[in-house]
Each structure stands twice: as structure tokens, then as C-alpha cells.
Design a protein around this ligand. Structure first.
Ligand SMILES: [Ca+2]
Length: 393
């Protein structure tokens, strides 16, 4: 809920109505405003939003936390008072099986949703259920690193990961993540250090807002592999002049995203383009489509094949990812990348190969056969190496 002062009567009525109308499984009956859920392995996905997670609900937070910890932690205080007591928090930490307590108000108040389990191998709540969907405003994690997700099954925009208190929830861009959570995941705190894949995903998500910036360090000009762009066939008995019209689209290749299997968007590529243009000049672009015509003489009974090797800049650099709250203890993270961006200054190198035409008897012209590469000059320019490095700022 949006503020800490939302009326309790409204919340109670809301939960009661939902409990009455959902026809939920018996164990999910929302008798109270303080519920306890057991986390599941991350590989388990929810299949229907009509099915809430198996939960037990209680009238007081004290009953809920006692249930979640097998009686190890008890309190008679209301949830806000209990959470402001560090001794209480220490007890929850030492009980070891509470992953987080979610609250419907900011700064740990309102109704509570306690998740228990063991995060050693990664666990989560793949769907918080209709009654709790888009209601969490703060959270406190214990023993594990927690990420809140906008959609069920750990999808959509994600919150900044937290180990400990999050009096307000924010997304990776630093915008409010209030009343947005639909699923929650947990992993061990030491794994709070982001992977290159995680950084790339977050960078891609933050590219538009400026939380992610490409810092080029060096450029190698390369030629891409030969690509066949057209052929001309001569089935007459004399040499013929033929023209070959061709079109080709060159795209930017982001090596890190290829390597870790994450698709990046236009904002991400545009960020790289701006940095590369600023550092190395304006002749580089994210995509380029070229149309041209080449003319050649085709001897009788021959097929001439036109090939193109596009010019590109292979730029080494690193992405800087700036988080609005610490991830793995740091605001700034870096990962190395190689961005290969097409040239706008030249079409690249063109070359012809020749082969015998598959002419039918009496025909003046035939369809081009599969072109042979024999005779193309080798491409020797070396691409910049991609390093698999993640570092904190
Ligand atoms: Ca949501």
C-alpha cells in the first residue's frame, strides 16, 4: 500500500473479501493479515494465477513468526515495533529459516507476509497470489539476498537486490517499486555478487535511463567474413556485360550478449553507439542498409559471383552499471565487452568469383547455382578478444 497510514480497516476488509471470493485451497485461507509461505526451488514455476501459494495466515504477527520459526521466535509486539527491535531481528536471523518478511506499508508496517526456507540453492515464491499481489511496500530479508519481481515467475522489472532492510522498495533505475511485487527470489548472500549475465540484463534494463554507460578503450578496424550478395550467369556463346543489383544490412554485434545468451535492446546498442562515435569518430552506426549495383563482363558459359566483406569497428571496452542501492556491497559494477559496429564510410571490400554456369542446352540464361568461394582473398584482421571479467567500483 502506498503509505504507512492506510487504514487497517480497509486492509482487513480487503483480505477478508479476497479470502471469501477466491475459493482458495484450505491451507491458504486468509484468516488473518499475517501469512507464512514456504519458498520453492526457482525451477518450479506457477501455472495459474488462480492458485495462490500454500500459506498459513494468522491474526497477529507474533503467531505468524512463531509458526515460521517452529516456535523459536515469539513476540507479542505488533509488526512495526517488533521489527524496530534489533534483538528481535537477531533472533530471526539465528532461527535461520526465515528468508524475508514483506510488509504492505513502508518502513515495515501493515500486514505481513513471511517467507521461510533455505536459499542455499536458490528458492522463491513464484506467485504471491491475488490477495498479496502488488501490495508490498517494504521488506526485511534475513540470511539471504532477495530480489522482488514485477511479474509472476520472476519476470518483468526487478527490484534492487537486498540483503537486510529495505524500508522502501526500488527498481534498478531507482524508481519506486511500491505495490509492484508479484514474485520474489532468494539466493545466498555471497552470490549477491552479480554475474556478467546479471549485469548485462540490468544494464540493458537501465540503458534508457543512463544507469548504464559504455566506456570504449580501444578500436580495431576489421572486415567481416565474405557474404554472397549476387550472381550473373551467361549462357550465350559470347561475353556479356551484366549488372548485379545487391542490398545488404549490417548490424552491430554485442559479443558479451552473444556469449551469455541475453538479447539486448535498441537503447543498449544506442548507448554503445554514442560512446563509440564520441571516442572514435562518426563513421560507425548500429545498423546500416546498403543498396548498389556492380557491373561485370561474364564470359560464355560462366557464372560470376559477387561477394562482400563489410568493414566494422571491433571496439573493446567495459560497461559501467550504476545501481541506486548497493548490489553485493557496491553501487558501481563493470563488465568487459566487445562491440562490433558497422562502418558508414565504406561498403567494405567487394570481390568476384567465377564458376561454370549450369546452362541448359539452347537456353540463353540459367538460374545461378550455389556460388563457389574458391578464389576469395583471405580475411586476416583479428577481432578484439572478449574478456569474461566482472569488477566492482
Ligand atoms: Ca506486479
Amino acid at each position: 500500500m502506498r503509505t504507512a497510514f492506510r487504514s487497517l480497516a480497509t486492509l482487513t476488509a480487503c483480505v477478508a473479501v479476497l479470502a471469501a471470493t477466491l475459493a482458495a485451497p484450505a491451507q491458504a485461507a486468509a484468516r488473518g493479515r499475517h501469512c507464512v509461505v514456504e519458498a520453492q526451488p526457482l525451477s518450479v514455476k506457477a501455472t495459474s494465477k488462480r492458485v495462490p501459494p500454500a500459506m498459513e495466515c494468522f491474526a497477529t504477527f507474533g503467531e505468524a513468526i512463531s509458526n515460521a520459526t517452529g516456535g523459536k521466535v515469539t513476540t507479542t509486539a505488533d509488526v512495526g515495533t517488533a521489527m524496530s527491535d534489533e534483538h528481535f531481528a537477531e533472533q530471526v536471523v539465528s532461527a535461520a529459516n526465515v528468508l524475508s518478511v514483506e510488509y504492505t506499508d513502508i518502513d515495515f508496517g501493515g500486514a505481513s507476509f513471511t517467507i521461510s526456507g533455505d536459499c542455499a540453492n536458490g528458492v522463491g515464491v513464484n506467485w504471491v497470489g491475488d490477495a498479496w499481489n502488488d501490495t508490498f511496500s517494504s521488506a526485511r530479508s534475513f540470511n539471504c539476498y532477495v530480489v522482488h519481481w514485477e511479474d509472476w515467475n520472476y519476470g518483468g522489472i526487478r527490484s534492487t537486490g537486498t540483503n537486510g532492510d529495505a524500508g522502501r522498495l526500488y527498481d534498478l533505475d531507482g524508481r519506486s517499486f511500491n505495490d509492484a511485487t508479484s514474485s520474489i527470489s532468494y539466493q545466498p548472500v555471497e552470490q549477491g555478487t552479480p554475474t556478467r549475465r546479471q549485469l548485462l540484463q540490468d544494464c540493458n534494463a537501465m540503458a534508457r535511463s543512463g544507469g548504464c554507460v559504455f566506456q570504449p578503450t580501444s578500436k580495431t578496424e576489421i572486415y567481416r567474413g565474405w557474404a554472397h550478395v549476387g550472381s550473373a550467369v551467361n549462357c550465350t556463346s559470347v561475353t556479356q556485360q551484366r549488372s548485379v543489383a545487391w542490398t545488404a544490412t549490417d548490424s552491430t554485434v554485442d559479443k558479451a550478449s552473444l556469449e551469455v545468451g541475453v538479447t539486448v535492446g535498441t537503447d543498449f546498442l544506442a548507448k554503445a553507439e554514442v560512446s563509440i562515435k564520441t571516442t572514435f569518430g562518426t563513421e560507425w552506426t548500429v545498423t546500416r542498409t546498403l543498396t548498389d549495383t556492380a557491373v561485370t563482363n561474364v564470359p560464355p558459359g560462366k557464372q560470376e559471383n559477387l561477394w562482400r566483406s563489410a568493414k566494422a569497428a571491433s571496439v573493446s571496452g567495459r560497461w559501467q552499471v550504476r545501481y541506486s542501492s548497493p548490489v553485493g556491497g557496491h553501487y558501481l559494477w563493470y563488465f568487459d565487452d566487445v562491440v562490433e559496429m558497422p562502418s558508414t564510410a565504406t561498403a567494405g571490400n567487394m570481390a568476384w568469383t567465377e564458376q561454370g554456369a549450369s546452362c541448359l542446352t539452347g537456353a540463353q540464361q540459367a538460374d545461378a547455382a550455389t556460388p563457389t568461394k574458391t578464389g576469395l582473398p583471405p580475411i586476416t584482421t583479428a577481432q578484439a578478444p572478449l574478456r569474461n571479467t566482472v569488477s566492482a567500483g
